[in-house]
Design a protein around this ligand. Structure first.
Ligand SMILES: N[C@@H](CCC(=O)N[C@@H](CS)C(=O)NCC(=O)O)C(=O)O
Ligand code: FES
Length: 110
């Protein structure tokens, strides 16, 4: 990953409380894993942003080294990497994702 990409990614995760790196958009996810991640965020009712990695190959590859995580989607909360869709689902079912959002003071959507 070039320094420029690293800087871009750092800037993205710093400037959004909750951001999902995904394939496609929240309205039109282009993969079931990304769709699942969006469904979880919608259930939580938090304000979130998303980055479509299919529109940017540098980000698509760069985010994997940035997080040291090999796949998309990837969730970041307050600049910290949380996980992919499996981890999100496990945390959601255990009530841990909601708890984390509350602790971090993440805003509700709406
Ligand atoms: N079990 C994974 C599923 C994600 C996954 O396997 N993603 C693949 C297919 S969408 C991926 O990102 N491959 C690398 C790529 O497409 O750049 C999760 O918890 O998120
Ligand atoms: S795009 Fe094929 S599994 Fe995600």
């Amino acid at each position: 990953m070039t320094e420029a990409v690293e800087t871009r990614i750092a800037q993205i995760v710093r400037s959004h409380d909750v951001v999902l790196f995904m394939k496609g958009t929240p309205l039109f996810p282009q993969c079931g894993f990304s769709s699942k991640a969006i469904a979880i965020l919608e259930h939580l009712g938090v304000d979130y942003d998303s980055v479509d990695v299919l529109q940017d190959q540098e980000i698509r590859q760069g985010i994997k080294s940035f997080s040291d995580w090999p796949t998309i989607p990837q969730l970041y909360v307050k600049g910290e990497f949380v996980g992919g869709s499996d981890i999100m689902m496990e945390m959601y079912e255990a009530g841990e994702l909601q708890a984390m959002m509350d602790e971090q003071g993440v805003a509700k959507a709406g």
